[in-house]
Design a protein around this ligand. Structure first.
Ligand code: FES
Ligand code: FES
Length: 162
């Protein structure tokens, strides 16, 4: 076992983990953050997407120890105390989910995109979520949700009025 220190959703976490422990297993197991889903375990589906120092990663392909000293954000860490994150709100408003299994990963991938590209084109959105599979929606409403979140976030930052 090795000692791990990592910040998860703003909270300092210390844990003893085996070298082969995957980040997704640390999150879902000892930390109880089951909003991060496991759909394939082979880096195909993106259901396990989280942010690692702000970059979206598939947490089934990252060793927990690779997050040593880093900042991890899961879907549980997005909402403020009294309000969902604009990306979460937009997925609801635009019907960007059906069964919801892919949704946490989609939301995290979209959040990562909008943090570096506040006004993405449809193609850029498609590219950003190409590693995230959805069996239900056909993706159209997911793209609409990301576009709506971009508008909301731009309005919130004052960009829309410029
Ligand atoms: Fe990680 Fe599918 S569970 S990519
Ligand atoms: Fe069901 Fe995407 S909403 S897999």
């Amino acid at each position: 076992m090795k000692s791990l220190r990592v910040e998860v959703n703003g909270r300092e976490v210390e844990a003893d983990v085996a070298p082969e422990t995957l980040l997704v297993d640390l999150l879902r197991g000892p930390l109880g953050l089951t909003g991060t889903h496991v759909g394939c375990d082979t880096s195909q589906c993106g259901a396990c997407t989280v942010l690692l120092d702000g970059q979206s990663v598939k947490s089934c392909t990252v060793l927990a120890l690779q997050a040593q000293g880093a900042r991890v954000t899961t879907v549980e860490g997005l909402a403020a105390a009294d309000a969902l994150h604009p990306v979460q709100e937009a997925f609801i408003a635009c019907h960007g989910l059906q069964c919801g299994f892919c949704t946490p990963g989609m939301v995290m991938a979209a959040t990562c995109l909008l943090s570096s590209n506040p006004r993405p084109s449809e193609d850029e959105i498609a590219q950003a979520i190409e590693g995230n599979l959805c069996r239900c929606t056909g993706y159209v409403n997911i793209v609409k949700a990301v576009q709506q979140a971009a508008r909301t976030m731009a309005a919130g930052s004052g960009e829309a009025s410029r």
